[in-house]
Ligand binder design. Structure first.
Ligand SMILES: [Zn+2]
Length: 222
């Protein structure tokens, strides 16, 4: 859909104004208005699954970056000369913390039905002590944690609301991610780093997208 005039096309089809924004920012507004982001001064949203992305709420404002280009977290670098990413560069966070990595590694570890694996299935296998599942879950948690640790180190949101596939992994996966992040970036004395499970489905994104449109049309601060 690169360069495709999606907003114009949808606008013509529905006869309504159309706004385009980054999916994690819709999640963020959903959290801000209806979820764990209510009343909080700053937090970050991280979405995982087929792709990785994020959004930031700083000092009472949604942060979009120049031309809305902020939040492309999947293509921040975690390993110089690492694996080739779908974006054409190497070593992006996307190459080690999305479902394509998980499925490939599940196949290599001999887990059943690797092509269908997601965080929910992996956590379930780990709970049933399927050989290799716990180890893979911990590696996946560590890979997700690397990018979050970089964010914490850079802008210290201290509250991370996670959405998408990773939520399916439940407390087992969330706790593992939190443990790895805290080991990589120990919280400053007197502060904590909080991890909150958001929505695995599309509910928060739809609510947030509606919130973004209303904010834009009414020119409300988000
Ligand atoms: Zn990339």
């Amino acid at each position: 859909l690169d360069r495709y005039p999606l907003a114009d096309d949808l606008g013509r089809r529905f006869g309504l104004p159309v706004k385009l924004d980054h999916h994690p920012r819709a999640l963020l507004v959903g959290d801000r208005w209806f979820g764990a982001g209510r009343g909080v001064k700053q937090f970050a949203v991280v979405y995982t699954g087929e792709v990785l992305g994020g959004a930031f709420y700083f000092d009472g404002h949604l942060y979009r970056g120049t031309a809305g280009a902020g939040g492309e977290l999947g293509h921040t670098f975690v390993q110089l000369d690492g694996e080739l990413c779908r974006c054409g560069r190497r070593g992006c966070w996307d190459t080690i913390a999305t479902l394509s990595w998980l499925r490939r590694e599940a196949a290599a570890a001999g887990l059943p039905e690797p092509a269908l694996i997601d965080s929910g299935r992996l956590a379930d296998m780990a709970a049933r002590q399927v050989a290799g599942a716990e180890k893979l879950l911990d590696r996946y948690a560590c890979n997700v944690a690397v990018g979050i640790a970089n964010l914490q180190q850079t802008v210290a949101p201290n509250i991370f609301i996670l959405h998408g596939d990773v939520v399916l992994g439940g407390a087992r996966l969330l706790d593992a991610i939190a443990r790895h992040v805290r080991a990589m970036v120990p919280p400053r004395p007197g502060s904590t780093i909080e991890f909150i499970a958001g929505d695995a489905g599309d509910g928060a994104a739809l609510l947030g997208a509606a919130g973004l449109v209303i904010s834009e049309l009414l020119q409300l601060p988000i």
